[in-house]
Design a protein around this ligand. Structure first.
Ligand code: ADP
Length: 629
């Protein structure tokens, strides 16, 4: 670990990399959780565009760039600090091709080297901003990157060669469904008892979603990978995005995965936090023929930062000398925090208490309910996952923390559909105003089950359905019903999770009728693109009722902030940490949520109950639409 100028006082900065499904970003945070610099690359998601192999030019210049703002963000020592908040749009023709590829219907692949390059490029852009900030002569104390944390999309599977460091195929992204036959085949092989046993061991249902099925597919279908596997000479390496990035961004070539990512592979026993022989055997994976990364905590020293060698990885876009120079300013900085993206936003929302919950409304919505050090296996359709593990903290805080997770496949994407397919709105931000032109949905119920119903219903045969339309129904009613459709599912998940946590009935109603009833949840922390709309959150609050307050995070980048927190706590010696404990994190980052971010139910109880009943009736009718086909 390198410590430069240890005597000169500096402001600590935490560098974060957040690899989403359709974008990559880096953010530099200070110890108050404020953003000093941010840079994002949004990927092209069009399936048809072929990579232009002939172009071998500087992607830094040729990618289109959109400046969002450059306004003073906060002050340090009385000096106004502004950040360059850039978004680049990946341009297929200008670079070595898109990061995401869609070779067949249902297939979603990513280019691992591009992901690495995107992460590094975002970091470089942030470091350039930091250099500008530090060059202000009025700033007495300079900012210095003290540690680096990573948050990443989970489950996405990469296999690479130890000898060359190069991927042996494209990565298979979590949304890819090519493994459905493998999963169906395995399902038929096992009885209900075995299914239950697997569920208790992994916390997960058998599904195309998790990494194990994707690795099995590669071993069965990719000739190069199969050959290497059969040779069994230790060249083959398996990892998720976290492992891939850390391997290539550390001087030590550290080969590890944090426990929250490992809990999504289907290879790990969620209780022991170790790979399980029986699970490996179930998937036919022999760990003596393919190396599996060591499972470690979310917050400890993984390795020291070193710039990857892109030439060796066959990535021929020019990276300027200036870029390599600026990377030297963080060479040796410890990478010491890592979390899967949904776990990261749980942490970024400061939802550390058992019984606290957060919901991220992005393209889909993910609700995580912190169950503390207690592993709960849901009997209501939620997954069990690792929330976080802060190994160096004291007492209970240093144990792995579990969470129940409920996912909704279609959330923000329903707004995109209303915009792009029905042309009801021009921009996503217009949805709130359109929906609030009417006080309710006028009896319309919209079930946005475009890819079946996920938690807690798990009905693959359901499809998008609209009930209750009349001549009177307007576009505002449809828009409102679509938003309600997402929010009703959140209510259903919360109710189911509270049931798993011991509440006997619908706590949202019981707590209403009894003052003494202990409430499993009093507030729901929310973030993600769709939560920007006040109208959405008011609808959510109205649907949940007066027992639960909806609280929007004052910091919008909760996922990256979670990675920053993990890294800032990742030092063994308390003196070295950015924050000494979780209490310290809460004190410094827990800025009070202003009234404009708090949403409480305004709808009369009677109406809420009536609408919920109507929703449940609609759900019953929408299920199994595809049953006989
Ligand atoms: P992801 O991380 O899954 O890419 P984001 O958190 O960036 O998702 O959220 C993107 C979603 O948020 C989009 O589907 C979009 O419809 C929705 N969205 C973005 N801005 C708004 C807004 N102002 N009001 C409502 N929805 C929005």
């Amino acid at each position: 670990m390198v410590r430069r100028n240890s005597n000169a006082p500096t402001h600590p900065v935490i560098g974060t990399i957040d690899i989403g499904t359709t974008s990559a970003r880096a953010i530099l945070f200070n110890d108050k959780g404020e953003e000093l610099a941010k840079h994002q690359i949004e990927y092209s998601t069009s399936a048809s565009e072929a990579p232009d192999e002939s172009s071998n030019t500087d992607q830094f210049r040729r990618r289109s760039s959109l400046m969002r703002h450059n306004q003073p963000i906060f002050t340090a020592e009385g000096v106004a600090i502004s950040i360059n908040d850039d978004i680049e749009i990946e341009n297929n023709k200008a670079s070595v091709g898109p990061t995401l590829r869609f070779p067949q219907p249902g297939w979603v692949e990513c280019m691992p080297v591009h992901i690495l390059a995107n992460a590094v490029q975002c970091l470089i852009a942030c470091l350039i901003t930091l250099r500008k900030i530090n060059s202000n002569p009025n700033l007495k104390t300079k900012y210095r990157v003290k540690c680096i944390g990573i948050a990443n999309m989970r489950e996405t599977t990469i296999v690479w060669s130890r000898k060359t460091g190069k991927p042996l195929s494209n990565g298979i992204v979590w949304t890819d469904t090519r493994t459905s036959e493998i999963v169906q085949h395995l399902e038929k092989l096992i009885d209900d008892d075995k299914k239950k046993e697997l569920r208790e061991k992994t916390g997960l249902p058998l599904s195309t979603y998790f990494s194990a099925a994707k690795l099995r597919w590669l071993l069965d279908n990719d000739d190069i990978i199969r050959e290497e596997y059969e040779k069994g000479d230790g060249n083959l390496m398996f990892g998720t995005i976290d492992t891939w990035l850390i391997y290539h961004m550390t001087k030590e070539k550290s080969f590890l995965t944090d426990i929250s990512n490992a809990s999504r592979t289907y290879f790990m026993d969620i209780e022991t936090g170790e790979y399980d022989d029986e699970l490996l055997e179930f998937w036919g994976v022999d760990p003596s023929k393919i190396r599996l990364p060591k499972i470690v905590s979310s917050s400890e020293f993984y390795g020291s930062f070193a710039s990857p060698n892109f030439q060796n990885l066959g990535f021929h876009n020019k990276i300027t000398n200036e870029a390599y120079e600026i990377l030297k300013t963080i060479t040796g900085v410890p990478i010491c925090g890592c979390l899967g993206d949904q776990s990261a936003s749980l942490v970024g929302q400061l939802a550390f208490k058992s019984g606290s919950a957060k919901c991220t409304y992005g393209t889909g919505a993910f609700l995580l309910y912190n169950t503390g050090t207690k592993k709960l296996i849901s009997s209501h359709g939620a997954l069990t996952t690792i929330g976080y593990w802060f190994k160096h903290l004291q007492g209970e805080d240093n144990k792995p923390h579990f969470a129940l997770e409920g996912s909704i496949a279609v959330a923000g994407s329903i707004i995109q559909w209303l915009r792009d397919n029905l042309k009801l709105i021009e921009n996503a931000k217009d949805i709130g105003p359109l929906a609030s032109q009417v006080p309710n949905s006028g009896g319309v119920v919209f079930i946005p089950a475009f890819s079946g119903l996920y938690a807690p219903y798990w009905n693959g045969g359901a499809r998008g359905t609209v009930f209750g339309m009349t001549q009177y129904t307007s576009s505002s009613h449809i828009a409102r019903a679509a938003l309600e459709g997402v929010c009703f599912q959140v209510r259903a998940i919360l109710r189911a999770m509270a049931g798993d946590a011991g509440a006997s009935e619908d706590f949202l109603e019981t707590a209403l009728s009894s003052q003494n009833e202990s409430k499993p949840l009093s507030s729901l922390a929310v973030d993600g693109g769709m939560s920007k709309a006040d109208e959405v959150l008011q609808i959510q609050a109205d649907i949940l009722g007066p027992c639960v307050t909806v609280k929007r995070a004052p910091i919008s980048e909760c996922t990256a902030l979670g990675a920053a927190i993990a890294a800032g706590l990742g030092f063994e010696d308390e003196e070295d940490r950015v924050w000494s404990s979780l209490d310290d994190v809460i004190t410094k980052l827990g800025s009070s949520v202003g009234d404009d971010n708090l949403f409480k139910a305004k709808l009369p109880d009677e109406d809420r109950r009536k609408f919920w009943k109507r929703w449940e009736k609609a759900i019953d009718r929408a299920k199994d639409w595809l049953e006989d086909e």
